[in-house]
Design a protein around this ligand. Structure first.
Ligand code: C2E
Ligand code: CA
Ligand code: CA
Ligand code: CA
Length: 280
């Protein structure tokens, strides 16, 4: 058994080193792409479950390496986070999304929600950068929501003083704070206790398959009730079918997001989609 273990280690090491080398190469390419702005922001509508009207959009970044197909964020966000490049990338996304959404907000009252990495909240300048993006683009603070995940809860589920200070300062300006992917982590309840939040996004893994999925329905019902009792706005992710939309509305969830309504799309497509409403 010992011999096998040793063999295994010998076989494993070069593999690991190769993976690290690949990751470093990805980070170098990301840095280069960021200088050339080879990224684009796509937007996914968030609808009011009572009227199915688009009330907000979530900004979702895509990497566009020249001559290659667009790269999905799950494939490069982790490398950007490990390397710290997410701070500059996140700032670029925020600025671009505020600029594009400002016009939609003026014309249709649509608000913007942007993902924020824990690394961004560890940056001294984060509050100042958000304020500058809002001031430069004319998007009102009250039209912006920042989505955070459990990564900001370090050490026994306590958020860092730095992260909390940024969130409180921005919330004081009228920016709303959302907890993303609720129902996936271990510390999720600690958020609700320790952080100034306004919105709870229910992770799509909690979505029941159909009306026979009674356990899962009980779980989602409980999460919606919990959020409502804390007076949070609830957003259900992964609304893929009419059943999902009807169920979540019946359970009292405020908003929905998912393929049943629309996939993330380029800014021009979102603008074109909103135009008929303007004429009506
Ligand atoms: P997320 O914040 O949970 O975003 C929702 C993801 O679910 C998006 O994937 C979206 O395309 C997908 N989705 C939406 N509706 C449905 C549905 O009905 N069914 C299914 N199966 N999926 C649906 P996407 O765009 O690939 O983004 C993946 C993740 O990458 C995001 O998950 C977020 O954590 C991260 N991400 C994206 N953009 C940014 C960014 O600018 N900054 C940071 N820090 N993270 C980002
Ligand atoms: Ca999100
Ligand atoms: Ca999410
Ligand atoms: Ca997610």
């Amino acid at each position: 058994a010992k011999a096998a273990g040793k063999d295994c280690a010998v076989w494993y090491e070069p593999e690991l080193r190769q993976r690290q080398t690949e990751r470093i190469r990805v980070v170098e390419r990301l840095r280069h792409s960021l200088e050339r702005e080879e990224f684009v922001v796509h937007y996914q509508p968030i609808v009011d479950l009572a009227g199915a009207r688009t009330v907000a959009v979530e900004a979702l970044v895509r990497w566009l390496p020249p001559g290659e197909a667009p790269v999905r964020p799950d494939l490069f966000i982790p490398a950007a986070e490990d390397s710290g490049l997410i701070v500059a990338l996140g700032e670029w996304v925020l600025r671009r999304a505020c600029a594009e959404a400002a016009a939609w907000h003026r014309a249709h009252g649509v608000t913007l929600t942007v993902n924020v990495s824990p690394r961004q909240l560890a940056d001294d300048e984060f509050t100042a950068k958000v304020r500058r993006s809002l001031a430069d683009t004319g998007l009102p603070a009250a039209a912006l929501t920042l989505e955070i995940t459990e990564g900001i809860l370090v050490r026994e589920g306590v958020p860092s003083a730095q992260a909390r200070a940024h969130l409180e300062a921005l919330r004081g300006d009228g920016v709303r704070i959302a907890v993303d992917d609720f129902g996936t982590g271990y510390s999720s309840l600690a958020y609700l206790r320790d952080l100034p939040i306004d919105v709870l996004k229910i992770d799509r893994s909690l979505m029941p398959a159909d009306s026979d999925d009674t356990r899962q329905i009980a779980l989602v019902r409980t999460v919606v009730d919990l959020a409502r009792s804390l007076r949070l706005t609830t957003v259900a992710e992964g609304i893929e079918t009419p059943f999902h939309a009807a169920l979540l509305h019946e359970l009292g969830c405020d908003r929905g997001q998912g393929y049943h309504y629309a996939r993330p799309m380029p800014a021009a497509d979102f603008a074109a989609r909103q135009r008929p409403a303007e004429a009506a």
